[in-house]
Each structure stands twice: as C-alpha cells, then as structure tokens.
Design a protein. Structure first.
Lengths: 167, 111
C-alpha cells in the first residue's frame, strides 16, 4: 500500500467522521467546526488529485468565508444545547433509514456499473488543475458565464441587504 | 486510485447530507448539510475530471481534456457563496421575527 492510498483512506475517514459529527453534535458551534474539518479533508483530496487551485479556493471560500459567516450567525443568535430543537425518535429513525436506502441504491449501482470498471483517477500528476491552465480556459471559453456569475453575486448582495434591512 | 472509491466516498457524504436534512430541525444545521451535499458533488466532479484526463492520456491526446469539470466546480463554489449569503440573511430575518430557528415554526404558510 503506497503513500497515496494511505493518505486517501486517512482523508476519507476524516471526511466521513466529520460529516457524521456534523449531524450528531448537539451544539451548533461544534457542528460548524466539524464541517470545517470535512472541508479541509476534501481540500486534501483535491491536492491528492493535483487540483491545486480548487484546493486553495476550497479552503479560502468554504472554510474561510462561508463557515465564518455561519459561525457569526450562530454566535449572533446565541444558540446552544438547551435551545436546540429535537425531532421525535421515530422521525429520526425514518430519516436515517431512508438516507441509508439512498446510499444502498447508489453503492449497488456503482458496484455493478460496467463502464466504470478499470477506470483510474489520475493521482499526483496531470497539469489541468494548475492555475495557469484553468485561467486560460476560464478567460477564453468560459468568459460569458464568468461575467454572468458577477451579476449573480451583485444580485445576491443586493438581496441580502434588502432582506436583512430593518423595516 | 480506482474511480469507484471516489464515487463511493462522494455518495456516502451526499447521503449523510440527505440524512441531516431529514433528521434535524435547526435551520442552520440543515443549511450546513446542503453545503455538505454540494461539496460531495464537487469532489465527484474533480475525480471524474481526472479520470477523463487519464483516459485521454492513454489515448495519446491529452491537452486540456477534463478541465471543464474543474471549471464547473469553480462555478458551483460561486453559486454556493451567493446562496449562503441570501440564505443566512433569510435565517437571521426569521430569527428576528419568531426568536427561533426551528423549521417547525415555518408551517404557517400551510393554511
């Protein structure tokens, strides 16, 4: 077992444990911190796949900006274990069973898919994830969606200000 | 690494997100589970992009094959950031009105 597969399994276990702890933490702050650890594990996967630009952007945008925003909102509302609403046990059980059923269907599908057998994801090499190549394609072929996304950001900003305004 | 491992990992993370949306009542946790599902699909897009690149390399015409998947991830992150800003504004507004983030208080649209 090479170093790559050891890192792969370590990061996968970290991601899955973190995702489960997001669900089962009673305190919302702990959920957020576990979700940050999941994002770091996914960034590690990106580095392993040599998608360096996406790894850095994932840390900056998700772990850095979005989760800090979540943390601010939770601290603003002063949520803690006592105010945490709980669903009844039966609804929880039904949710876990239905989520597990979806997982079962997906896993059995990909196990039996003939198109996927023998396909490998290229690890540690290949230069399509480097910032120069991504930038060249982004500003030549995808320049119109890039500009449209700036309009989306502007409308989201205006929407957030309008919704959050005291009236 | 075989592509099935990546698909399985992304499927597990996605289903944990689905389960979280189903079993929690806190609106912020539900929102975080949606982020988790978005990240699972991002991981899958990057893995498939590298798989496509590996197939193109073995056929001898590599170039930029598979780069579109990674640009898609970039745009998914853009949309997620915009979505989070509006969604958290809505949650803060809801907390200001009903002093709770319990989604069971949100059923007054029902009648």
């Amino acid at each position: 077992m090479g170093l790559t597969s050891i890192i792969f399994w370590g990061l996968s276990v970290l991601a899955i444990v973190g995702a489960l702890m997001v669900l089962f933490s009673k305190n919302p702050i702990h959920s957020i911190l576990w979700l940050v650890s999941v994002f770091f594990a996914i960034s590690g996967h990106y580095i392993l796949l040599n998608a360096q630009f996406l790894a850095v952007v994932n840390i900056i945008v998700y772990a850095g900006a979005i989760m800090v925003l979540f943390l601010f909102v939770v601290m603003l509302m002063n949520l803690n274990n006592q105010t945490e609403p709980q669903k009844s046990l039966w609804i929880k059980l039904a949710g876990i069973i239905s989520g597990g059923m979806v997982l079962l269907v997906m896993i059995s599908t990909i196990r039996s898919a003939a198109d996927l057998t023998g396909k490998q994801a290229l690890m540690n090499e290949g230069d399509i994830g480097l910032i120069a190549n991504l930038g060249k394609v982004l500003f030549s072929e995808y320049v119109v969606p890039f500009e449209v996304s700036s309009i989306l950001f502007l409308s989201a900003m205006v929407g957030a200000v309008v919704i959050g305004k005291k009236d | 690494m075989p592509i099935q491992y990546y698909i399985a990992l992304a499927a597990v993370l996605f289903c944990i997100g689905i389960t979280g949306v189903l079993i929690r009542r806190n609106a912020i946790i539900i929102f975080m589970c949606i982020e988790l599902m978005l990240n699972a699909t991002n991981l899958l897009l990057v893995a498939f992009s590298k798989m496509h690149h590996a197939t193109a390399l073995s056929l001898g015409k590599a170039g930029n094959a598979g780069i579109d998947g990674q640009l898609y991830v970039f745009f998914v992150m853009v949309v997620a950031a915009a979505e989070v800003s509006v969604g958290l504004a809505i949650i803060v507004m809801m907390y200001r009105n009903v002093h709770s983030v319990d989604i069971n208080f949100l059923n007054r649209l029902k009648n």
